[in-house]
Design a protein around this ligand. Sequence first.
Ligand code: HEC
Length: 410
Amino acid sequence: MPWLDWLSLFVRWFHVIAGVAWIGASFYFIWLDNNLDTPPEWKKKQGIKGDLWAVHGGGFYEVAKYAYGPQTMPEKLHWFKWEAYSTWLSGIALLVIVYYFAAAAYLIDPGVMAMSEAQAIIRGITLIAVGAVLYEIACRTKLANYPRVFAIALVILLVVVSYLATHWFSGRGAYIHVGALIGTIMVANVWLNIMPAQRKMVHAVAHQQPIDPAWGAGAKLRSVHNNYLTLPILFIMISNHYPMTYQHPQNWLVLVALMAVAAWIRHFFNLRHLGQVKPSILISGAIAMLAIAFWVSQPRAVDAGKAANQNTEASSVTISSTSLQPDTELDKQVMALVETHCQGCHSSAPADDIFRVAPLGVKFDNWEQITRQAPQLVNRTTVTRDMPFLNKTNMTDEERAVIAQWAAQR
Ligand code: HEC
């Protein structure tokens, strides 16, 4: 599926750019808000509450924040909403391209739970939709009046979702679904609340009506949530490149712990912007990160064997279309090639001197795993030819031809 890889590349590229623009803009405005100085009297008379001067890229800039709104509507008003919408749209597109088009390889891990591709996709979409709707409902109840209690409820929701996702999907698939839920909550906050509040404000200014402070107050709670969720969601996005996190037997706990520490570190920056520098937060955050790294790196030789067995047992129940043993002579050749050239790295307990955990969670322990991930296996050995990694095991062109022939006959 080389075209799918190209599509994935372009959409991912776009997604990263849009995400940088979104988070960059929100970081910038948080910074602005916290650095405004009291303006001179004559500016206060114009309704300006705070202003600041900055120098950047060869020019001086002056930014002013109004206490309520300008007296007359400016001709041109910048909104900053498409950064959020396009990040979410491209993120969901990426979820579909990577995890739903190749669900058998990336989303389903029969060692965790055996299910069909359709079942996995439905569960994935349901998890995101139900999580986001529960959050939205909570925001519209009295709970929203108690920010601390709400924060605890939000943490509980994320813990439950992390637990469910890691008990349904492959580690990678689970992490990305938690990320997709957080991203959906964040964009819904912009779409369903922050934007409507801004629209009311703009309408009021345009019609010379007073601005109701309650509009901003509702948006405030959601802005705070979005603020604390930025570092956890960024971690989840890059976690796909670090299998030791999502491959861990308690991967849901690893995820929850890393999200919690990331939000804690965000707290340091939030307080610092308010002029309260608390190095203890940064230090305890760093110590907690090291503790997580230490815990996750503990050797677990026993689990690996168990996981391999589980895979075989679970798959014998449901994957009836793929046989569990190599049938033909060609199957056996491919099996032998994978044993020689891939298992050194891609197994439950890699023997490789550098890769101690299966890269990207791709394991070829048995025939079931090989056939389930056959499209990826064939692509990387015969099309992109970047596997075995750096051709460490010296796979020859003849051997690649055997795999291509096998692929043609499947
Ligand atoms: C020396 C270790 C090593 C060996 C041997 C090896 N790989 Fe890999 N494999 C890696 C690494 C590292 C990555 C991750 C590279 C990256 O991030 O793009 C990877 C990634 C992959 C992926 C991509 C997974 C994804 O989601 O994008 C596939 C498929 C794959 N390998 C298949 C194979 C096959 C098939 C073989 C045997 C012919 C093999 N590998 C041999 C180290 C190895």
